[in-house]
Design a protein around this ligand. Structure first.
Ligand code: GDP
Ligand code: IMO
Ligand code: MG
Length: 421
C-alpha cells in the first residue's frame, strides 16, 4: 500500500496532468484534493488531447477509480460538460466518484468572482473559486451530500440566498432566487446522485485493503492561500499536507511526495515574479498557441508570463512540501538554447538573502543568475535520465544540489510517453 501526493512546485501549470496520467497506471485510486475548475491539467495520450478541469487526470487508467475529493469546490454544470467531452472520446467514466463533502460551486459564486475581478482583482480565472471557498468558510454553502437530501436544500437556500444577494447588490449584480437555485439542485441530484460517496470511509477502505492511492494537487505552493504570495493566490492549499486534511487520514500515512516543476518558470495572473523576462530566449518559448504545449493557460487561454528557473522558489516549495523527488517537465523546450540562466539566489537591498521574502519584498528582489551551457540537441527521444546530454545532466544536477532533492522524472515532450526516468 502506498499513498503518494503530487503537487505543483512553482506557480502552477508545471505538467501535473501529464505526470498524474503517467503515474496513475500503477494506482488503484486517484484523488483531486483541492481547487476547482480553475485547473487546466493537460493530458496527451493514445486516447487524445485533454485539458482537465475537475476530473482527476488519472481517469484514463483502466480499472483505476477517481475521486473528486472533499477539499474541492465543484461547479456541477462544468463537471457535466467535462464528463460528456471525455465520454465522447470513449473513455470509461464508470469509476468517477464525488465526495459528499465537496462543496457545490454555485452560479452566483462565479458571477461574484467576475464582478469582483471587474472592480479590480488579482487576475483570477473567474471560475468562482475564491467565492466558493469564502462562503464555505462562512458556512453558507451546499455540499454534494445535500443533493441526497433534497428536502433540506430549500431551507438552506433560504438562509444563503439573501446573503448572496446583499453582495450582488454591492457589485451591481442581479438577484438570485431560491426557486431557480433549487431547480438546479434537483437536476444535479438526478445527474450526480449515484456518484456521490461518503469520502472518509471510501478512502479508508482503499487504505485498509493495501491499495495504491495517488493524490492530485491543483496549482502550486507559490499560490497557496497561507504560504504563497498573498493576496495574489488561490483560495485553497495546494500543498502536500492538505491531501491528508482533504482525504481525512493521518498525514503520517503519506509515503511519497512528488513535486512537479517546469524546467523554466511560468505564471498566470498578477503578483511578483522575480525571474520574469519580457523578451529574449525564454520569452520566445511561449509559441503561437497552436500547439498543446505552447505557453497559454489551459483554463483561460491567457498568455503565460515566462521567466528563468527560480531556485529560491523551488527551495521554498521544497521546504513547505518536503519533496521526495521532483518531476522536471519541459526540459525539451530548452534544447535549442546555447546558454541557460538559473536564478540561484535573491539580493535584497544589495545583500544576498537566505530566507524566502514576503510578497512586497519579492517585488524588490534582484535575481542572482548563474549561466549554464545548453546542450543544443533534441532530447525528445530520450527515455532514460542517464542518456541525456552531459549539459542537460549538469543542468539537472545543479537543480538537485541547490534545491536539496532528487529529480526522478524528466519531461521531454507533452505526450505521456515522452518522459525520461
Ligand atoms: P498542469 O496544470 O500542471 O497540469 O500543467 P498544464 O497542463 O496547465 O501546462 C503544462 C503544459 O506543458 C501543457 O501544455 C503540457 O502539454 C505541456 N507539457 C507537460 N510536460 C511537458 C514536457 O515534458 N515537454 C513539453 N514540451 N511539454 C510538456
Ligand atoms: P493548474 O492546476 C495557473 C491563478 C490565477 C490567479 C490566482 C487565483 O492548472 O496549475 P483563482 O481562479 O484560483 O481564484 O485565481 O491563481 N491560477 C492558476 N494559475 N494554473 C492554475 O491551475 C491556476 N489556477 C489558478 O491565474 O493568479
Ligand atoms: Mg494548468
Amino acid at each position: 500500500m502506498s499513498i503518494s501526493v503530487l503537487v505543483g512546485a512553482q506557480w502552477g501549470d508545471e505538467g501535473k496532468g501529464k505526470m498524474i496520467d503517467y503515474l496513475s497506471s500503477s494506482c488503484d485510486l486517484i484523488v483531486r484534493f483541492q481547487g476547482g475548475d480553475n485547473a487546466g491539467h493537460t493530458v496527451i495520450n493514445e486516447q487524445g488531447v485533454f485539458k482537465l478541469h475537475l476530473i482527476p487526470s488519472g481517469i484514463f487508467n483502466k480499472g483505476g477509480q477517481c475521486l473528486i475529493g472533499t477539499g474541492t469546490v465543484v461547479n456541477p454544470d462544468v463537471l457535466n460538460e467535462e464528463i460528456k467531452q471525455i465520454e465522447d472520446a470513449k473513455v470509461d467514466m464508470s469509476g468517477l466518484k464525488i465526495s459528499g463533502k465537496a462543496h457545490i460551486l454555485m452560479p452566483y459564486h462565479q458571477k461574484l468572482d467576475e464582478l469582483m475581478e471587474a472592480a479590480g482583482g488579482i487576475g483570477t480565472t473567474k471560475r468562482g473559486i475564491g467565492q466558493a471557498y469564502a462562503y464555505k468558510a462562512l458556512r453558507k454553502n451546499l455540499r454534494f451530500e445535500d443533493l441526497l437530501n433534497l428536502e433540506s436544500i430549500k431551507d438552506k437556500l433560504e438562509k444563503i440566498i439573501p446573503v448572496i444577494n446583499s453582495q450582488m447588490a454591492v457589485y451591481g449584480g442581479e438577484a438570485y432566487t431560491v426557486d431557480a437555485m433549487y431547480e438546479k439542485c434537483v437536476a444535479w441530484a438526478k445527474r450526480f446522485g449515484d456518484m456521490i460517496v461518503e469520502p472518509v470511509g471510501y478512502l479508508h477502505k482503499y487504505i485498509d485493503e493495501g491499495k495504491n492511492i495517488l493524490f492530485e494537487g491543483q496549482l502550486a505552493a507559490m499560490k497557496d492561500i497561507d504560504l504563497g504570495i498573498y493576496p495574489y493566490v488561490t483560495s485553497s492549499n495546494p500543498t502536500a499536507a492538505y491531501a491528508a486534511v482533504s482525504g481525512g487520514f493521518s498525514p503520517k500515512k503519506i509515503d511519497r511526495i512528488i513535486g512537479v516543476a517546469k524546467a523554466f518558470s511560468s505564471a498566470v495572473g498578477a503578483g511578483p515574479f522575480p525571474t520574469e523576462e519580457f523578451e529574449g530566449a525564454i520569452d520566445l518559448l511561449r509559441g503561437s498557441g497552436d500547439n498543446p504545449d505552447d505557453e497559454f493557460g489551459a483554463r483561460t487561454g491567457r498568455a503565460r508570463r515566462l521567466g528563468w528557473l527560480d531556485i529560491p522558489v523551488l527551495k521554498y516549495t521544497n521546504l513547505v512540501n518536503g519533496f521526495d523527488t521532483l518531476a522536471l517537465c519541459k526540459l525539451d523546450k530548452l534544447d535549442d538554447l546555447p546558454e541557460i540562466k538559473v536564478c540561484v539566489a535573491y539580493e535584497l537591498d544589495g545583500e544576498v538573502i537566505d530566507y524566502f521574502p514576503n510578497t512586497e519584498d519579492l517585488y524588490r528582489v534582484k535575481p542572482v543568475y548563474k549561466t549554464l551551457p545548453g546542450w543544443m540537441t533534441s532530447t525528445k527521444e530520450i527515455r532514460r535520465i542517464a542518456d541525456l546530454p552531459e549539459n542537460a545532466k549538469n543542468y539537472i544536477k545543479t537543480i538537485e544540489e541547490l534545491v536539496g532533492t532528487t529529480v526522478g522524472y524528466v519531461g521531454v515532450g507533452p505526450d505521456r510517453e515522452e518522459l525520461a526516468v
